[in-house]
Write a protein that binds this ligand. Structure first.
Ligand code: NAD
Length: 492
């Protein structure tokens, strides 16, 4: 982390000033319903924001449509330069973005600098470069029924509705508008009503950047505005990040216009510890990973499958990891577990723990230091002694709760890992890469890490199958979601 104690002190009370929507390059006062946005660590109201009206959503879609005419015809170099001008502003104002995220999401500052801000700026620069790529493929001669040749080039789908979840406001938006802009599309962005402040600030930076007016528009609102936007006839594609329940609604809403969707939904990702592993060497990493962002991460590896011979060592070494978990003030650089987003979500997470214990589950490891008086915190816990069919094992909890199950042999581990409605991510701890690879290739998940893997790469696809979603974000795969192939054939 690069922030000094003085900078932290200066930033901890920061709340972005920006409350306006961004429509067609202008700041527009929201004329819809108003609501309070809370700091989940203090339970205090951070800001009151206004939502867009349906007329303002119409206006944003018209602005995106008008901008599409210009943006889609600009050269890759021109689009790259304009996108980089936004990345420059994000970099210049990174401390404000960080402070906004820490205060509205509750992510500890020690994690948020890289995970919530800097990684995403790097990804935007990758998309800017990718805007320059010529994707035309020459197919060569084809003689039936007459001699011809063909090219396949691509055209952008048009106006994209981008709707995001609350947990990574800047990155989730960036994965969508980065890919859409690289493809030549324009965007209407709707952040979660629980964490809209960072995206409103992003809108301000969009207005200051060299992006043509209307290329990125930012509106606010709740489920009603999300529904209006995703079923709007002026939208060509809907890209959504959030829960599987809302994802299913989005699919139905977009179907009104026969629109395609990209859905980035939840998960219950497996983390397999194969026989022969040096479990002590990765215990801390493993437990700090699923509890990161208080477990509010779609790819949290919270279903731990451990070979029975390693089970006791796994629990002993896990205790050391739990000792390193510090729950509390997100601005304390030593904190690694912050609060959950709202009290109803905290109660839901606690409900999973209570139910599991009532069903005979055991809290095998837990942090039991007193929780701060204010803030919607839950102490991390590792649950065990549950059947694989238990709700806590099968459903996404989205809190600092993991479950562990022993397995007898690697085939059983693979079967259990795939015994899920989701298919977002997995990790394999293996004694060597060849064995890790052998197991990875049998897992039904959009991303599989071996022995810990790394951070999300801008050039690799991210997304999942089953209830984890439809389509992919990031990389060339993410850009292709916003391009239509066009076959051009000519007689020779
Ligand atoms: P959510 O589904 O409750 O809400 C997401 C967004 O949908 C919000 O902006 C909300 O206002 C909007 N919305 C609600 N009803 C709508 C409707 N009918 N039509 C259109 N929009 C509507 O999700 P959340 O609680 O904000 O986020 C947590 C979920 O997101 C978790 O399930 C998590 O796994 C998932 N997630 C997935 C990824 C990924 O890349 N796969 C990344 C982050 C989060």
């Amino acid at each position: 982390m690069s922030l000094s104690a003085e900078r932290i002190a200066a930033l901890r009370d920061y709340v972005p000033r920006e409350r306006n929507l961004t429509i067609g390059g202008r700041a527009v006062e929201p004329a819809g319903e108003r609501w309070d946005v809370y700091n989940p660590a203090t339970e205090e109201v951070l800001a009151t924001v206004g939502g867009a009206t349906t007329e303002q959503v119409d206006e944003a879609i018209r602005a995106a449509r008008a901008a599409f005419g210009t943006w889609s015809k600009m050269s890759g170099e021109e689009r790259c330069a304009a996108m980089n001008s936004l990345a420059d502003l994000l970099e210049e104002r990174w401390e404000e973005l960080l402070a906004s995220i820490v205060n509205e999401v509750g992510t500890p500052v020690s994690l948020a600098e890289f995970l919530q801000v800097k990684m995403g700026i790097g990804h935007l620069r990758w998309f800017a470069e990718a805007a320059k790529k010529d994707r035309t493929v020459h197919l060569g001669p084809y003689d039936i029924p007459v001699p011809t040749e063909s090219d396949v080039d691509h055209y952008p789908v048009g106006v994209v509705a981008a709707i995001t979840g609350y947990n990574y406001p800047l990155n989730l938006a960036g994965f969508k508008y980065g890919a859409a802009l690289a493809a030549g599309c324009t965007v209407v962005l709707l952040p979660s009503p629980r964490t809209p402040l960072t995206t409103l600030l992003l809108g301000e930076l969009v207005r200051e950047s060299n992006l043509p007016d209307g290329v990125i528009n930012v509106v606010t609102g709740g489920a009603d505005i999300g529904q209006y936007l995703s079923s709007h006839p002026g939208v060509d594609k809907v890209s959504f990040t959030g829960s599987d329940a809302v994802g299913a609604k989005i699919m139905a809403q977009a179907a009104t216009n026969l629109n395609d969707v990209v859905l980035e939904l939840g998960g219950k990702s497996a983390n397999i510890v194969l026989p022969g592993c040096d479990v002590e060497s990765f215990a801390v990493d493993m437990h700090l990973r699923w509890s990161r962002n208080a477990g509010q991460g779609c790819a949290a590896l919270a279903r731990l499958l451990v070979h029975e011979d390693l089970y006791d060592r796994f629990l002993e070494s896990g205790a050391a990891a739990f000792n390193q978990m510090k729950v509390g003030d997100p601005w304390d650089p030593a904190t690694n577990i912050g609060p959950l987003i709202r009290p109803d979500h905290r109660d839901r997470v606690n409900g999973f723990i209570t139910e599991a214990l009532e069903q005979g589950g055991k809290a095998l490891l837990q942090v039991d230091t007193p929780l701060p008086e204010k803030g919607w915190y839950v102490n991390p816990v590792l649950l065990g002694n549950l059947p694989h069919s238990a709700r806590a094992v099968q459903e996404e909890i989205f809190g600092p709760v993991a479950v562990v199950l022993p397995f007898k042999d690697t085939d059983e581990a693979i079967r259990l890992a795939n015994d899920t409605a989701y298919g977002l991510a997995a990790n394999v701890w293996a004694p060597d890469l060849a064995e890790g690879r052998r197991v990875a290739e049998q897992l039904r998940a959009g991303t599989v890490w071996i022995n810990g893997g790394g951070a999300m790469r801008p050039d690799a696809p991210f997304g999942g199958s089953g209830r984890s979603g439809v389509g992919r974000e990031l990389g060339e795969w993410g850009i292709r979601e916003f391009l239509e192939p066009r076959h051009i054939q000519w007689a020779v």
